[in-house]
Design a binder for this molecule. Structure first.
Ligand code: CMP
Length: 140
């Protein structure tokens, strides 16, 4: 399987509860390597742009408010099949449907405060990585 890179966001509900290390441990245990990492606070414009694909959805406004409510940790994860592997480790979007042992099953509070975001496809991953990182910031 090809080595890929994907974008991960540790969301404000998880940084608020000091779960960053526990979540990164899940990525590392699954064979994903953190090749870039930054803690930051999204502006409203950043959050609206990042989640632009969802702008017509009923939850968009609340999603943006939540994502700017505290710090996030944005990371590039690298590994074989990293995009799907990260999605497997995260679990289903709604923690009520997430499998045992996944990040969202163990840590998420709700479908909105679901602790992590991960890119869903190769093109999205490339665009989402570019949203936060320059090539120089990524060290494999
Ligand atoms: P994420 O993977 O970051 O992508 C979009 C986010 O919207 C999703 O995780 C959820 O946290 C959030 N969201 C809030 N409500 C819903 C919903 N009803 N369906 C899907 N996503 C939702």
């Amino acid at each position: 399987m090809a080595v890929e890179r994907t974008l991960s966001i540790i969301k404000p509900d998880a940084t608020r509860r000091n779960l960053t290390g526990k979540i990164i441990a899940k990525f590392e245990e699954a064979g994903l390597k953190v090749v870039a990492s930054r803690r930051l606070r999204l502006s409203q414009a950043d959050a609206e742009a990042f989640y632009g694909v969802h702008k017509e959805r009923p939850f968009f406004k609340d999603l943006v408010s939540f994502m700017i409510s505290g710090p996030v940790v944005v990371q590039v994860l690298e590994g074989e099949g990293a995009i799907q592997k990260n999605r497997d480790v995260m679990g289903a979007t709604n923690p009520a449907n997430a499998a045992a042992g996944t990040i969202r099953k163990e840590f998420a509070e709700s479908i909105e405060a679901n602790s992590v975001h991960g890119s869903d496809a190769p093109e999205t991953a490339a665009n989402e990585i570019k949203f936060f990182f320059r090539d120089l910031d990524i060290v494999g």
